[in-house]
Design a protein around this ligand. Sequence first.
Ligand code: GRF
Length: 203
Amino acid sequence: MYNLSVFVSGRGSNLKSLFQEIYDSDIRIVSVVTSVPDCGAVIFADENNIPVFLVSDKPKEGFVNFDTLTGLLKSQNVNLVVLAGFLKKIPDNFVEAFQNKIINIHPALLPSFGGKGMYGINVHKAVFEKSAQLSGATVHFVDKVYDNGKIIAQKSVDISDVNSPEDIAERVLKIEHELLPFVVKKIAFKKIEIRNNRVYILN
Ligand code: GRF
């Protein structure tokens, strides 16, 4: 089995699409992690009997810190951590504990429209205000800098005819729901190669 831990903060649409896409494979979601206990993603996890870990960098009843979380995920034999809307910055020692085993999906074509504060509708507003004619989604490795790790895959979408940031968000989310499961499966089935500092996806 290939074990995933998915980190969330919102409605969990990426969690849901990933869960559905890997349902009959040897890939499974062994935990959902969040700092937002009442988010939609937690409801989905509970409905599907996926253990939920609440994490906080400050002492809080019912929450664990990242060091404890590392131990919990190691005890679950997690092979890959998937950030899908997790809003907190991942501490450096957690990144080190899961070196090259953390990926993130970002709702724009990095390195454009990324970095601190660029999440959710903020991203699409920035894309709209620049009158960008293309947007899309990026899946990248997570390192110690926001939205900075090596890019694994991207998919673009034409937004030349949109009338609002919400239109962009809707089109990009559809791409995300395809791109994230695609990349997770490629990693799980060892179809990713890193050569000359670039990431190659094998057929
Ligand atoms: C997605 O747009 C993702 O790109 C961003 O956060 C959002 C999470 O949405 N990082 P959901 O909770 O998966 O619906």
